[in-house]
Design a protein around this ligand. Sequence first.
Ligand SMILES: CC(C)(COP(=O)(O)OP(=O)(O)OC[C@H]1O[C@@H](n2cnc3c(N)ncnc32)[C@H](O)[C@@H]1OP(=O)(O)O)[C@@H](O)C(=O)NCCC(=O)NCCS
Length: 289
Amino acid sequence: MPAQKPKSPGSPRPQRVLRDDSTARVIAKTDFPRTRLSLAQDLARLGVRQNDKLIVHTSMRSLGWVNGGPVAYIQSLMDTVGPEGTIVMPTQSGDNSDPGDWRHPPIPDEWIDEVKRTMPAYDPAVTPTWRMGTVPELFRTMPGVYRSGHPSGSFAAWGRGAEEIVANHGFQRIGEESAVARLYDLDGKVLLVGVGYDRNTSFHLCEYRAKTTTFVPELMPLVFDGKIEWTEVTEIEFMDDESLTSLGQAFEAENDVVFGQVGSAESRLFDVRNCVDFGVRWLDRIHGG
Ligand SMILES: CC(C)(COP(=O)(O)OP(=O)(O)OC[C@H]1O[C@@H](n2cnc3c(N)ncnc32)[C@H](O)[C@@H]1OP(=O)(O)O)[C@@H](O)C(=O)NCCC(=O)NCCS
């Protein structure tokens, strides 16, 4: 675009033509702009410390209006844990999966073979996240962030040990080779910002560890030489949102969960190990294992 001549001081300002009602609602609910610094202060007040290893789940709009949006928020997380800390986020691409399993919404049966035949191969540098929000979608592209190789269930990580945390993800989304299991080993913490326990991916690791878990076959779009080979693997039947919420309530009643606000967002901070170990016992208890 050619450079434009500056308008004379008296000329009217151009009308904005794009409407963004969603952001307008966020602004209307915000008393004062949140910034990289104010969010870092809130995170520190909540109990996030230098060197922490966090898995973070966020609703951006729940923070209130942030100057710099997800960029400033992610920078505030990085500032708070520092260069020796680690940030992990789920960067799932649930639409990079067997279309025969899609339910919300399904596609017509007669499309399924064609969709499988023409699906773009998973590429950690390119494949967008799906229903994860603007924060992980930006995070996966930031310098120093590594993303794992699971076609539909990837994680991205930044900071100390990031590359190892997402290496060798294996065939199961949230199993023993996933970033959640690595954070369990490293004594990491879960940070929920403006979202509930139904977004706590770490609870799914319990499902692989519980005695009562049901394993099911699944077709996975594995990538060889840049091309998909649909391959049968074993996965688990994941808990639904209602069960995750019930598990969260039970966990919270008996364990250390720190509550606080990041911007306007109701937030929780707790140990990965505690939540996974509690979840295994809870699942086996309710399923009689
Ligand atoms: C689904 C989910 C992302 C929706 O949250 P959300 O706040 O509505 O959406 P995002 O985080 O994508 O943020 C986008 C919103 O931020 C708001 N926004 C825009 N600019 C903003 C700014 N500068 N500051 C704050 N909010 C802003 C807008 O309302 C925007 O909504 P729009 O997409 O309708 O325009 C959230 O509920 C969630 O589930 N997050 C966790 C995901 C996860 O970790 N899942 C694990 C599953 S195992």
